[in-house]
Design a protein around this ligand. Structure first.
Ligand code: ATP
Length: 237
């Protein structure tokens, strides 16, 4: 299967604090890959390496033939990578409509942008109902939907999601995960960082488990769900 993203032996640090050690992982084209691990395992750092916010000290980060390891964030996004950061970070004083427009700021294809606006509003009907509302006044779940919709407005080929379920009610989380699955079914590749291993292993094709910046286990999500060690440490027994 062709690879959308490939990390080869990536190490990275914040000054003296080592965040990733010799990490190798792949996201095949059209798949959902999840990255699991406890707090501080290096999940967010992995995403930062892909978006150019954290420079690896060793290794390669390949996306569609480009080595991202030496590229700046502003040159990485136009290649087709969009990130939904942890904690949502929508523009609170802009409306839903304005936030969505910001997601498409780098695009020149006006007709495509209009089409994608229809698309994301169909994916998230609640955003359509709140189109003129200031984003800061949305519920947490709605803000997460907006953050995802905004990222989709860039029409990425690879969508990076950092803890989309964080702090949200189970019902909203289910809705958001159903949408992630739908977007993937339409062909988008997804790299999903999640604390909720149960949920992540239900939606993902493949999973990687990190501990203190190192890969400790990986495999098809369906197999990892049955793995005794994964059940004990990540699925609550
Ligand atoms: P969480 O689920 O808590 O977000 P994580 O798996 O995403 O955890 P990272 O945020 O990638 O983990 O952190 C990996 C390591 O790097 C941790 O030891 C963390 O303390 C450290 N770290 C992360 N960001 C910084 C930073 N800006 N400066 C210094 N150290 C950092």
């Amino acid at each position: 299967m062709p690879l959308m993203l490939e990390l080869q032996g990536v190490s990275a640090a914040y000054g003296k604090i080592r965040a990733l050690s010799d990490l190798t992982l792949t996201v095949p084209d059209g798949q959902i890959v999840t990255l699991l691990g406890a707090n501080g395992a290096g999940k967010s750092s992995t995403l930062k390496v892909v978006t150019g916010l954290l420079r690896p000290s060793a290794g390669r980060v390949l996306f569609d033939g480009h080595d991202l390891a030496r590229m700046a964030p502003e040159t990485i996004v136009p290649l087709g990578i969009s990130m939904v950061p942890e904690g949502r970070q929508v523009f609170a004083h802009l409306t839903v409509a304005e936030n969505l427009r910001m997601g498409a700021y780098a695009r020149k294809d006006a007709a495509g942008v209009r089409r994608d606006l229809e698309w994301v509003l169909a994916l998230f009907p609640r955003l359509k109902e709140r189109y003129g509302q200031e984003a800061g006044t949305l519920s947490g779940g709605e803000q997460q939907m907006l953050a995802i919709a905004r990222a989709l407005m860039a029409r990425p080929r690879l969508l990076l999601l950092d803890e989309p379920s964080l702090g949200l009610a189970p019902l909203v989380v289910r809705e958001i995960f159903a949408t992630i699955r739908q977007v993937n079914a339409e062909g988008m590749s997804v790299l999903l960082v999640e604390q909720n291993a149960n949920l992540a292993l239900q939606v993902a094709h493949h999973a990687y488990i990190l501990e203190t910046g190192r890969l400790v286990l990986s495999g098809p999500a369906g197999e990892l769900r049955l793995h005794p060690e994964v059940k004990r440490a990540y699925l609550g027994g």
